[in-house]
Design a protein around this ligand. Structure first.
Ligand code: NAD
Length: 467
């Protein structure tokens, strides 16, 4: 199959191609067009032209969002098959991601936004209305390429913006597929998707006609994006990395929570921005929880997406695999105990088994940095205040959770965590209607819900005198 970009309603290739690697094999399985700077300009100009009419008809936009939801649903299996090859996740997880993308389109198709009236008296009315921004650059990472694209397209379109998107060079194909499906639904120029490397993202983000950059990816790139936004005072939303703590109190039943903790850390092979990345467990329940996690790690089936028994796929790319391995090796050098896993699986695929690491503390890279892979440090604590202090001693602030038999206590304690979402007795539960974003270096701004919609608007105060 030949993959093509979408610019101004047309499928476009450039004659230059980049390999896309199947991480389960460690070898190329397809190619995507290498977008050029001229393509960026063409796409942004097309988006700017389309904006002039797209912004005027909200009813049409809602109808199109609904049609997009349906079209994606009709293609769940074909998109999921490619997603599992380019990203590595098992087929069931890939299908769940595509269904999720469709759900996000449906949600925004139906999100009702009322203007806010601040005063309405004999003299005047003052109300706040929301207005679109113009051309939005949407830049996405490789862990959830399809649903994270939907998180940007749907609210940006509802608000009346047009979009030029650039997926990660590791997982461009599913975004190109989505673009080619949706291009017959929305007017030309409303959706443009370009494939290419990091430099293409930089060109797009800096284009003077781009009014907003909606970025999901690493902290390092997020800081660059913020720099690009300065000259034109472009709006930015930055959804960046996390190093989520989960704090397990002494009153839990280890048998009840261990499996949920395990999957909160290892879903999508740990490549989730809000995966549990540091686990703090009270000394009273530490031993059974570590033992339970190690048992689960050993029996979890790691393999290619093509094997229906696979529970965890490979790490998406070689660089990330090497990073996970180096963090575990560094922990070993600092005296860590490996309770399960601990070394890359042999073969050409990028497989690293779920790895449970104990006897580590702050100061070891695996604890301090975002591993974004299949390795979990489990730290013992005595006093919950110390656990909270350690959990907050980081630049990250995406998510966090408290696990306890006393829900009210959990709700109070989780608010001590410096993070955008605090969960109690679960983790990583994300819905279209709740705002999602990070504090500190985990980001700026919010996606999802009315907050995600508002992030694609500027507000205007309409102050009208009566009489
Ligand atoms: P990355 O920052 O390397 O790349 C993300 C995207 O930015 C890619 O499309 C890439 O090509 C592009 N890019 C890279 N350099 C650029 C530049 N200078 N200018 C413009 N674009 C550029 O991140 P990644 O490795 O693809 O993703 C993993 C990271 O994403 C992790 O830190 C993870 O936690 C984070 N993430 C965050 C969220 C969230 O919602 N907070 C969700 C998923 C992933």
């Amino acid at each position: 199959m030949e993959y093509s970009m979408v610019i101004d309603g047309r499928s476009v290739t450039t004659g230059e191609w980049d390999d896309v690697i199947n991480p389960a094999k460690g070898e190329p399985f397809a190619q995507c067009p290498r977008g050029t700077q001229a393509n960026v300009d063409e796409a942004v100009q097309a988006a700017a032209r389309a904006y002039t009419t797209w912004r005027t008809d909200e009813a049409l936009r809602r109808q199109k969002l609904g049609e997009c939801a349906q079209a994606i649903q009709q293609h769940v299996s074909d998109i999921a098959a490619v997603l599992s090859q380019e990203q590595g996740k098992p087929m069931t997880a890939a299908m769940a991601e595509i269904f999720g993308a469709s759900m996000w389109f449906s949600y925004f198709a139906n999100l009702q936004i009322e203007p806010e009236t601040l005063s309405d008296d004999g003299e005047k009315t003052i109300k706040v209305v929301r207005k679109p921004l113009g051309v939005v650059a949407a830049i996405t990472p490789w862990n959830f390429p399809v649903i994270l694209l939907a998180w940007k397209l749907a609210p940006a379109w509802l608000a009346g913006n047009t979009v030029v998107a650039k997926p990660s060079p590791y997982t461009p194909l599913t975004s190109l597929m989505v673009a080619n499906i949706l291009k017959s639904i929305v007017p030309a120029g409303v959706l443009n998707v370009l494939s290419g490397g990091n430099e293409l993202g930089a060109t797009l983000a800096q284009h003077p006609l781009v009014r907003k950059i909606s970025f999901t990816g690493s902290v390092a790139t997020g800081k660059k994006i913020m720099g690009y936004a300065v000259d034109d005072l472009k709006r930015v939303t930055l959804e960046l990395g996390g190093n989520d703590p989960a704090i397990v109190l002494d009153d839990v039943n280890p048998q009840e929570v261990t499996e949920r903790l395990f999957w909160s850390a290892f879903q999508n092979s740990g490549q989730v921005c809000t995966a549990v990345k540091r686990l703090y467990v009270h000394e009273k329940v530490y031993e059974p929880i570590v033992k339970g996690l190690a048992e689960l790690a050993k029996k979890t089936k790691v393999g290619p997406a093509t094997d229906p028994d696979t529970q965890l796929g490979p790490i998406n790319n070689k660089m990330q695999l090497e990073r996970v391995a180096s963090l575990v090796d560094d922990a070993k050098k600092h005296g860590a105990r490996i309770e399960a896993g601990g070394a890359r699986l042999e073969g050409s695929g990028y497989f690293y088994p779920p790895t449970i690491v104990t006897n580590v503390s702050a100061g070891v890279r695996l604890v301090d940095e975002e591993q974004f892979g299949t390795a979990l440090p489990v730290l013992k604590y005595t006093k919950v205040e110390d656990a909270i202090t350690q959990a907050n001693a980081t630049h990250y602030g995406l998510g966090g959770s408290v696990w306890t038999g006393n829900r009210d206590k959990g709700i109070a304690l989780v608010q001590e965590l410096e993070c955008g979402t605090g969960w109690v007795n679960h983790h990583m539960d994300i819905t279209p209607y709740a705002p999602f974003g990070g504090s500190k270096w985990s980001g700026i701004g919010y996606e999802n819900g009315k907050w995600g919609y508002e992030a694609f608007t500027d507000l205007q105060v309409v102050n009208a005198k009566k009489g």
